[in-house]
Design a binder for this molecule. Sequence first.
Ligand SMILES: [Cu+2]
Length: 175
Amino acid sequence: MIALLKRAANQSLGKPRRRRWPALNGIFLSAAILVASAAHSGEILHWQSVWVRAMPPGAQVTAAYGNLMNHGDETVQLSGIRSSVSGEAQMHDVMAEGDQRRMVQVMSVEIEPHATLVFEPGGRHIMLLEVSNPPTEGSTVEICALSAAGTESCTQATVERQAPNGHENHTGHHH
Ligand SMILES: [Cu+2]
């Protein structure tokens, strides 16, 4: 009986880890575990003013924007994003190359204590890929931030054609 329970516990520990970090090698994985034990208690990410760009018919890719605040006292390693409508979500930055600008995928971002990570049109943004069922304007999409420590912070983003009014207004926020 005890052996059975042990086996069950090992399985439930092992499976999600493989699913969550499929691309990481041993070095990254041990670093992530270190962060988990060191920073877990102080970690609080909070989304604000998140919206998803409405998609033209036939499109499978769109972008999401908004602010992600670290209300904790420790740096948070943001390791990924997921959404309820896309097969994949990536963090992109825009780099200048001469007079050209191009998008570069960012695999992880550090958010310092009490700092805000901004995703905005023309700058760092969230790319939603493999959207097989484009959400209609006015509907909501769940956007989640995944930390290297294994926590998930989610919000409901509205689908808009352009940046909503009051986008820069921070007064509605209480924490
Ligand atoms: Cu992009």
